[in-house]
Design a protein around this ligand. Structure first.
Ligand SMILES: CC(C)(COP(=O)(O)OP(=O)(O)OC[C@H]1O[C@@H](n2cnc3c(N)ncnc32)[C@H](O)[C@@H]1OP(=O)(O)O)[C@@H](O)C(=O)NCCC(=O)NCCS
Length: 121
C-alpha cells in the first residue's frame, strides 16, 4: 500500500477519554482517501460517496504519529473504491500497528455536482 499522509495526534485532537477523537480520525481518512482518489482519477473534482465500517481497534495517544496508507480496490466509470489503513508508528524501531481501516468510494463530479466519467487517456 502507498503512504498518503502522516498525521500527529495533538492535544487539540483528544476526546474526553484522553484518546484521539474518532471524528478526527474519520476526517484524516476522508482527506487521505480524497487525495488518493484525486490522484487516481487525475482530477481534483472528486467527492466522498461512501465510507464503510470503521473499527477503532487501538487507542491513539498524544504525540503519536499516524500514517495513512491506501490502495485502489476497484475502478468504475465515475467512481473509485479504495482500501485505507491508519497505522500508529513506533518511532524507536520503525514498526507500525494498524489502528483502524475502512473502504471508501469517491465519485468524480462535473461543475454541476453530477457524476462524471473518470478519464485516464
Ligand atoms: C456523489 C454523488 C454526486 C453521486 O450521485 P448519484 O446520482 O447518487 O450517483 P450514481 O447513482 O450515478 O452513482 C455514481 C457512482 O457511484 C456508485 N455508487 C452509487 N451508490 C453506491 C454505493 N452504495 N456503493 C458503492 N458505489 C456506489 C455508482 O456505481 C457509480 O459508480 P460507477 O459510475 O463507477 O459505476 C451524490 O450522491 C452526492 O452529491 N452526494 C453527496 C456527496 C457529498 O457531499 N460528500 C461529502 C460528504 S458529506
Amino acid at each position: 500500500m502507498k503512504l498518503i499522509s502522516t498525521k500527529l495526534c495533538k492535544t487539540s485532537d483528544i476526546g474526553v477519554n484522553n484518546n484521539l477523537f474518532g471524528g478526527i480520525m474519520l476526517a484524516w481518512l476522508d482527506e487521505a482517501g480524497g487525495i488518493l482518489a484525486s490522484t487516481i482519477a487525475r482530477s481534483g473534482n472528486v467527492i466522498t460517496l461512501k465510507m464503510d465500517e470503521v473499527l477503532f481497534k487501538h487507542p491513539v495517544k498524544v504525540k503519536e504519529q499516524i500514517r495513512i496508507y491506501g490502495k485502489m480496490d476497484k475502478m468504475g466509470k465515475t467512481s473509485v473504491s479504495l482500501f485505507l489503513e491508519a497505522r500508529r508508528a513506533n518511532l524507536k524501531d520503525e514498526t507500525e500497528e494498524v489502528v483502524c481501516s475502512t473502504k471508501m468510494v469517491f465519485v468524480r463530479i462535473d461543475k454541476d455536482g453530477r457524476p462524471a466519467p473518470i478519464e485516464l487517456g
